[in-house]
Design a protein around this ligand. Sequence first.
Ligand code: GLN
Length: 535
Amino acid sequence: MAKYIFVTGGVISSVGKGVTAASIGRLIKSRGVKVSIQKLDPYLNVDPGTLSPYQHGEVFVLQDGSETDLDLGHYERFIDENLLASSNVTTGQVYSEVIAKERRGDFLGGTIQVIPHITNEIKRRIGRVAAETGAEVVIVEVGGTVGDIEGQPFLEAIRQMRKDVGRENVLYVHVTYVPYINATGELKSKPTQHSVMQLRSFGIQPDVIVCRSDYPIDEALKDKISLFCDVEKRAVIPLVTAKTVYKVPLILEEAGLGVFISERLDLPPEPDLAFWRHLVAAIERPKPELRIGVVGKYVALLDAYISVREALFHAALAQGYSVHIDWISSEDLEKGRGLERLDHVAGIVVPGGFGYRGIEGKVIAARYAREHKKPYLGLCLGMQVMVIELARYALGSDEPNSAEFDPSTKYPVIDLMPEQRAISEMGGTMRLGVYPCQVVPGTRAAAAYGEPVVYERHRHRFELNNQYRDLLASAGMVFSGLSPDGRLVEIVELRDHPWMVGCQFHPEFRSRPGKPHPLFSGFVEAAIKFAKSNE
Ligand code: GLN
C-alpha cells in the first residue's frame, strides 16, 4: 500500500506550494523510492483546458492528452516522470462523476451528500494514482489555501485518509507565508498560526510547516511557530525565496526535511542528490547571456509560458549559457511598437495560442526572422504563423490565413482536416496528447533529434492544409516531420535559412532540467551562433 504526503497551503496562494510539493518529490525519488504526484484543484471546471491563461496561467498537457494545471509541469520537471490524467483532479470531475452515478441509479435511492459521496469519490481518485503508477509514495497537493469554501471537501477527504491508510503512512505538510513588516523590521508568525488553527478546525494537525519568506527565519521564530502550532521544531522548515526554483530541493534537504520525512514514513534516510547538486552548481556558475525574444499575446503574464521559459532555460544551460528572455507583446508589434526589440535578440520564439488577437504581430515576427535570417522556433501556433507568413510572401498577398482567424479566407493555408469539420462542439476536435512523428532525414529537425521517429504532445485543432504543400515548398519550405501516414505535417523548416523551424506540437512540455528538448537545443545552438557572428 502507498504512503501519502498531503500538501496544503495557508495565508496566501502563489508562494510556491507547487514547487515545494515537486521538490519533496525529488527528495523522495533521490532515496530510490518510486514517487508520483497529484494535484487536487478545487475549482468547478472539469479541467483547465477551457480556462483563459489570464485566470490560471499555462495549461500543461500530459502524454495521455489531459489538459492540466501548470503545477503538473513543475512536478514532471522535478521528479522526471510522465504523469497520467489521474494526477489532476478537479471539483468538476468529482461532481460530474457522482451526479452521473446518481442518474444511473447507482446509489439505490440514497441521499447524495458531500460527506460521504463526494469525499469518497475524492479518495477513490487519490487511490488511483498509486494503483496506476505503482508509486510507493504519492504526494497530494491541495490547490488554493485552507479556508476556501471549495477546498473543504478535499480537506475532509485527506483527513479521512489518515484513518484509511493508517497514521504511520500519512504526513501532512502545510506551506505558509511569513510576511516581513517594514516599519518594525520583523517577520510575523501570526498568519501562520491562524492558518494552522484553521487547518486544525478541519481535523488536520500538520506534521511539517514550510515557511515561505523573503527574509531569513531565525531560531526564535522557529521556536515560536513550533510552540504555537504544535509542530516539532525540526519540522519547521524555513524556505527563503530562492534565486532559482531548482535549488528548492537542496534547501529543503539541508533544512532536514528529507530526513524527517524518511523517518516518519520509514523510507531510506540517505538521498543521492549528486545529479541535482551538479545541476544547481551549473545554474549558479556565472555564464554568458543569450537574449531570446518570445513574441506572445500573454507576455505580461509570466505564468502563461512557464514551460517555454523553462525549456529555453534548460537548453541554454546545457550549452553553458544563461538565457535572458525579452517578452515581446505581439499586439505591440502589430501597432508598430517595439519592433526594434527584435533587433536585440539572438533568436525568436513564437509560442502557442488561440484566437486572432495578436496574430498579425506574430506574422511580423516570423517575417523579421525569415528576412534577417535570425533563428526562429515556432511552437504550434508559432508554426502556423510561420506557414501563413511564407504563403503571404509566396503569393504576394495578405489574404493567406488560418481558417481559425479568417473562416472565409481565399487561401486557408491552415485549416481543419475534412473529418474534423463534422464535429463542432468546442474541444471536440482538439488533437490532444502524444502522436508519433517521422523525422525526414537530412533536415535540421533530423539533425536536432538524431532519431527517425519521435513522440510529441499536441494541443490544437488546426493543421497545415495539404493543398498548399506545393506552393509552400516552392517558396523554400521543407516538411521535415510528418505523421506516419504522411497526411499531417508536424514539422516545417526553411531551406535557405540558418534555423527557422516550426512544429505543430508542444516540445516544451517534454523538456526537463539536464535533459533539454532537442528542438530547443537546436534553436539555442543556432541562436548562440547568430550572436557570435554578430559580435
Ligand atoms: N489555435 C491553434 C489551433 O488550434 C494553435 C493552438 C496552439 O498553439 N496550441 O490549431
